[in-house]
Ligand binder design. Structure first.
Ligand code: IMP
Length: 183
């Protein structure tokens, strides 16, 4: 059987142990900042599903979890700036403390759209926790309150992140070395 993933296709950036350690640190900082409050974690699908489940379990806080499905890239690797809601929140968020849990902030276009949506629905406070940040690629300024790892201009897969829906199940965060052409 052919090895999966093909070793020539990816390079490990962060091992599962390194990710777990960083998630613990993020949870510690968030728990301190939200002491005495009950935030709603809004996990952005699909990319943050693994991160959000680990982060939620590391947070010693009474919290609720909501999922917001967005699609920003189609099947390619370059942002179009057009954001489509594929799954909406199931409860009102008026007067609630919202912690957005994102997989990666690249151009910032997706997050800017999400922040606008959450604010328009009357949240009391909004903060952002992103597993990965690619600051060199930013096109719009967005506030990111908690960042797991800052990366360069690599295309990252694994731990929930995909390329054309592949690789989400890799336990490590990996650079994709053979990036397919955009459609
Ligand atoms: P932005 O709108 O350009 O900031 O892109 C945000 C979304 O694009 C993220 O939530 C990801 O779903 C996707 N994305 C951006 N960079 C990567 C990457 O390196 N790997 C996988 N997905 C990415």
């Amino acid at each position: 059987m052919r090895e999966y993933p093909p070793p020539e296709a990816i390079r490990t950036l962060y091992t599962p142990a390194a990710i777990a350690a960083r998630v613990g640190e993020l949870a510690h900082a968030i728990a301190n900042d939200y002491a005495g409050r009950s935030p709603i974690l809004v996990a952005i699908l699909k990319g943050s599903f693994v991160f959000a489940s680990d982060l939620a379990r590391a947070l010693p806080l009474p919290l609720r979890i909501e999922f917001l499905g967005v699609r920003s890239y189609g099947s390619g690797t370059v942002s179009t700036g057009a954001v489509q809601i594929t799954q909406d929140l199931t409860h009102p968020i008026e007067n609630q403390d919202i912690l957005i849990v994102e997989d990666i902030v690249d151009t910032g276009l997706t997050l800017a759209y999400i922040l606008g949506l959450i604010q328009a629905r009357g949240a009391r406070s909004v903060r952002v926790c992103a597993l990965l940040d690619k600051p060199s690629r930013r096109r719009v300024e967005v506030p990111v309150d908690y960042v797991g790892f800052s990366v360069g201009d690599a295309f990252v897969v694994g731990y929930g992140l995909d390329c054309a829906e592949q690789y989400r199940n890799l336990p490590a965060l990996c650079e994709l070395l053979q990036v397919p052409d955009s459609p």
